[in-house]
Design a protein around this ligand. Structure first.
Ligand SMILES: *[C@@H]1O[C@H](CO)[C@@H](O)[C@H](O)[C@H]1NC(C)=O
Ligand SMILES: *[C@@H]1O[C@H](CO)[C@@H](O)[C@H](O)[C@H]1NC(C)=O
Ligand SMILES: *[C@@H]1O[C@H](CO)[C@@H](O)[C@H](O)[C@H]1NC(C)=O
Length: 381
């Protein structure tokens, strides 16, 4: 009975059955994006073709869009055959590494080569405001194309969708989720695997209030920029004035950028489980701010990359968890760091930025691994 208790407590936190569902979703968002309602009361639609899905996502009606199957976008926009690419310096392992598409002049003076890739993955589907995109069961898959939330898109829920197969062989092969100029975005119980570039990228414009919860970032790949079967380009938070709650996620077999933060953003990373990262998890540059509490890091080489111009980071120790009380109205939890590089950060001044925002609750790190393994990812709700 005593052994079951933490598991039950975690169930209550991550699967709050007593909270009314919003916008056709299961549960409701915690943390910064707590006001998100997506398509609200709109009648549900269930697209059956990629064209119909693109239409529902991009039109101006509030919509609850049910995804009950796999949508395969590969070959829908043709191939780029023998297009310009290069062999980046990181690719020291031939076919087990990642070649690069020469996008944005990125290749520079790296040795040129040709690459053939699927064009559909390069740019995501445009999503309008007031949409819920809700996967049913465990086969709600977007294959070969991601989503693009830009130009002042607000109030979108993306739940229980598996994004996969976006030119994983190539750097710049495609981003699964792009946020750039958004507000109130809730990404929940999604899975990301075999993505060429970023699994999630928050671009230079303000992303506003975002909650990324209960997602699985699966970095296992046969084309690794770090030449070790792990994906380097996981999560990039480059926005200005971003408020990101990152809670209950499972990030595994990555080798960098998990996440990399820059510019003026505030991240609350709480109750996540990082496992088997051969490079760095956090890279927090000057201007960006992160509260890292109640997480588990297991077999992570570098938990927080030393930066020449570091951002502001608070990593509560057992003796300093009380420092959070005046900003969060509760104490923080310390982190559990197992077979991993050390983690520390003692700046608290940036936490004034939490004022006036909804703060995600937290569970003790001792219950986080079991809870995350049970609930993060697709097919769990
Ligand atoms: C989204 O819905 C809200 C509330 O109904 C409405 O005020 C707003 O104009 C909608 N946004 C767009 C871009 O349609
Ligand atoms: C973590 O890494 C160590 C070696 O550093 C290894 O012995 C151990 O099996 C790994 N743990 C897991 C759970 O894979
Ligand atoms: C947070 O507060 C700091 C002061 O410590 C400020 O420089 C920064 O702009 C704020 N960031 C956000 C995202 O509001």
């Amino acid at each position: 009975m005593v052994k079951l208790l933490p598991f039950f407590a975690a169930t209550v936190f991550f699967q709050p059955a007593f909270v009314l569902a919003v916008g056709g979703a299961t549960g409701s968002p915690q943390g910064f994006a707590s006001g998100t309602t997506g398509g609200g009361d709109a009648a549900a639609v269930t697209p059956t073709t990629t064209a119909e899905l693109i239409g529902y996502l991009g039109d101006s009606s509030p919509r609850v869009i049910i995804i009950d199957r796999e949508f395969d976008f590969t070959n829908t926009e043709g191939l780029c055959n023998d297009c310009a690419g290069c062999i980046p310096a990181s690719d020291t392992c031939g076919s087990e590494g990642q070649l690069s598409i020469n996008a944005n002049g990125w290749c520079g003076s790296d040795p040129a080569t040709t690459v053939s890739y699927d064009k559909a993955a390069i740019e995501g589907i445009y999503v309008h405001s007031n949409k819920s995109i809700i996967g049913k069961g465990s086969n709600a898959i977007f294959r070969g194309k991601g989503l693009r939330l830009v130009n002042n898109v607000q109030n979108v829920i993306i739940q229980n969708i598996h994004f996969t197969d976006l030119n994983p062989e190539f750097i710049w092969g495609g981003d699964a989720l792009t946020l750039d100029g958004t507000d109130n975005i809730w990404v929940d119980h999604c899975k990301f695997s075999l993505i060429g570039r970023q699994m999630i990228v928050l671009g230079f414009g303000p992303s506003g209030r975002v909650t990324i919860s209960n997602c699985e970032f699966d970095g296992q790949t046969s084309w690794s920029a770090s030449c070790d079967g792990r994906h380097y380009w996981a999560i990039l938070g480059y926005g200005n004035n971003d408020f990101v709650t990152f809670v209950g996620n499972y990030i595994h077999h990555t080798s960098g950028r998990s996440p990399r933060l820059d510019y003026n953003s505030l991240w609350h990373a709480v109750n996540n489980y990082w496992y088997s990262n051969s490079g760095h998890v956090f890279d927090v540059s000057s201007g960006s701010n992160a509260l890292i509490e109640g997480n588990v890091f297991e077999n992570v080489t570098t938990t927080l990359l030393p930066d020449s111009t570091p951002g502001q980071v608070f990593v509560p120790r057992k003796s300093t968890t009380g420092e959070c009380a005046k900003y969060l109205n509760r104490n923080c939890y310390s982190n559990s760091v197992i077979s991993s590089g050390s983690l520390s950060g003692s700046v608290t001044s940036f936490m004034v930025n939490f004022t006036g925002h909804d703060i995600a609750p937290a569970i003790p790190p001792s219950t986080v691994k079991a809870s995350v393994l049970a609930y993060a990812g697709v097919g769990k709700i």
